[in-house]
Design a protein around this ligand. Structure first.
Ligand code: DGP
Length: 126
């Protein structure tokens, strides 16, 4: 795991959750990954799957994370889809990155949505 990633703000809310300073409704944890329910759920199943390392986005993780961390993060998402009962019915995984992506929390997170018809992916840009 990378100790420091340039530009990473360790005061972000998910860093505080990782340090145990803020509670979360945890659904999964291993050496490299934590997953918890979104505080403002957009679907019956809505969890956030985060690497424990200090990565702002998938770009940081891909460029500075280890293969073990990357594999753990991806596997946790599939594991949770199965565990939360949406692997067969269908689900969506989505990661907002940066300004154009409207990322609110600057710690890499994958949203996992499911449990209902999620509609079309995105509205066409105007
Ligand atoms: P975004 O960065 O735009 O992909 O969205 C961040 C998500 O994080 C948003 O859906 C709400 C969620 N969130 C923000 N603060 C907290 C928190 O303190 N606890 C939990 N569980 N979720 C949070």
């Amino acid at each position: 795991m990378s100790d420091s990633v340039e530009g990473y703000d360790s005061d972000n809310i998910f860093a505080k959750i990782l340090r145990g300073e803020i509670p979360c409704d945890r659904v999964y944890e291993d050496d490299h990954v934590l997953a918890f329910r979104d505080i403002n759920p957009q679907a019956p199943v809505h969890v956030l799957v985060i690497p424990k390392g200090p990565y702002r986005s998938i770009v940081d993780l891909a460029e500075q994370g280890s293969d073990v961390e990357i594999a753990a993060w991806v596997r946790a998402q599939a594991h949770l889809a199965r565990e939360l009962g949406v692997a067969d019915s269908g689900f969506r995984i989505l990661s907002n990155c940066g300004v154009d992506g409207h990322q609110e929390v600057a710690h890499l997170h994958m949203h996992l949505f499911g449990g209902c018809d999620l509609g079309r992916m995105i509205e066409p840009a105007g």
